[in-house]
Ligand binder design. Structure first.
Ligand code: CTP
Length: 392
């Protein structure tokens, strides 16, 4: 991947500015690097310290002296400059080329096709003809204007004018970027996390998978321009909001969802740690300690989802994960062939399960085996998606 997507958020003085730290956090979770610039009024609604902490960068503002040409550097740095919330006042200024603060100066320096605004104002201002004309002027110039939401406004009135929800803004940003990734136009299906097989109403059979690897793969695929669907078991790791997420619990539910989604996928990565066994029967009520002694639980095998998908593979690109506790790649190679995968990612339980880092070897059905040193799962996700893209 050619580095992270770089987003510059312009914050103006509207109440919705308080949502921006959350927006920055979500964009970063999706793999973006984010910087923020604000107008003097914005600081009445959101804290400088918060913005610096969540973005991991200085906050660009007028009353702090930056180098004279800072706005040019920032304009060149960013892949997308999104002004949110964008007040009627700032929209009016940028529609007319007024550059009276750092943010509006930036708006004159960033090409319109790299700019977006998420308006936020009360309904009367939103519906005012002047605002409509200013919005139309921005659109005509090539600036993307996001729709407004409808609902309760800060002034207690209700109507159109609310800033879109942060998740909707993230979806917009992710759908815009990058226009030309190595996987643009491809549909990537990923299974992630553990599955859970109920024993009784309170107990389950599961495993220690955190879902971090699946989340990292989803993020990497999104950043390379793919359309991503994740079928996820009950995992702790947060999935990128830019992906379509289907939540499941049991291996049976995961199998149904994967089989259905597989039909329209180009690439399928089975990163989930599927429970191989489930209780032969689920008790309707809690198992009691009454007996005092031992209890035994009859287990039966779950379907092998990857092997089933392998049988329907056609010309889709199919990737499996082999979680091993022993050294050597023989078991993983066997699994790759048996399950008809194009690629198998080998990792060892002790070096990967429930950790932030992993040490993988990429096996290719062509016969190659490429070992890598331990790395962060985010990096591993990027590396795997790169290798897949190179094989298509
Ligand atoms: N897998 C699956 N369905 C299962 C078990 C595993 O789809 N019921 C998939 C996993 O998601 C992984 C691959 O098969 O991509 C290999 O999983 P792994 O647990 O390493 O191996 P198993 O095939 O289960 O064999 P074993 O547990 O005997 O090592």
């Amino acid at each position: 991947m050619q580095g992270k997507v770089r987003i510059l958020i312009g914050i103006t003085g509207g109440i919705a500015a308080y949502k921006v730290p959350q927006l920055i956090r979500l964009l970063k979770k999706n793999g973006a690097e984010v910087k923020a610039v604000c107008t003097p009024c914005a600081l009445r609604f959101v804290g400088d310290e918060t913005l610096r902490t969540v973005s991991g960068h200085p906050l660009y503002r007028d009353d702090v002296s930056f180098h004279d040409i800072e706005h040019i550097r920032l304009a060149e740095w960013t892949d997308l400059f999104i002004i949110c919330p964008a007040t009627a006042n700032t929209i009016a200024k940028i529609a007319h080329g007024i550059a009276d603060n750092l943010l509006t100066t930036l708006a004159l320096s960033v090409p319109p096709e790299k700019m977006a605004v998420a308006p936020a104002m009360n309904t009367v201002m939103w519906e005012n003809r002047v605002t409509k004309e200013n919005i139309a002027a921005l659109e005509k110039r090539g600036v993307t204007v996001l729709p407004v939401g409808e609902g309760e406004l800060a002034c207690s009135a209700s109507g159109p004018g609310r800033m879109l929800e942060v998740e909707e803004i993230v979806d917009f940003v992710m759908s815009r970027l990058p226009a030309e990734g190595a996987l643009s136009g491809k549909r990537v299906l990923i299974s992630s996390g553990p599955t859970e097989e109920p024993i009784d109403p309170v107990r389950v059979i599961s495993n220690r998978s955190s879902g971090k690897m699946g989340a990292a793969l989803a993020r990497a695929a999104l950043m390379q321009g793919a359309k991503v669907t994740v079928v996820s078991g009950p995992a702790r790791a947060a999935l990128p909001p830019g992906a379509r997420i289907i939540k499941v619990r049991t291996a049976g539910q995961m199998r149904d969802a994967m089989r259905k989604e597989f039909r329209s996928a180009d690439i399928c990565i089975m990163a989930a740690a599927v429970s191989d066994f489930k209780p032969a029967q689920t008790r309707a009520s809690k198992i009691r300690r009454d007996g005092g002694g031992k209890i035994s639980l009859a287990l039966e095998a779950n379907p092998d989802i990857l092997a089933e998908l392998g049988k329907r593979k056609g010309n889709k690109f199919l990737v499996g994960f082999a979680l091993e506790t022993s050294a050597g790649n023989e078991q993983a190679e066997r699994k790759m062939n048996d399950k008809k995968c194009d690629m198998m990612i080998v990792n060892r339980a002790g070096e990967s399960l429930d950790r932030d880092s992993t040490k993988i070897t990429i096996l290719d059905a062509g016969g190659s085996a490429e070992p890598f040193p331990a790395m962060d799962k985010t990096q591993a996700g990027e590396l795997i998606m790169q290798r897949i893209a190179a094989r298509l």
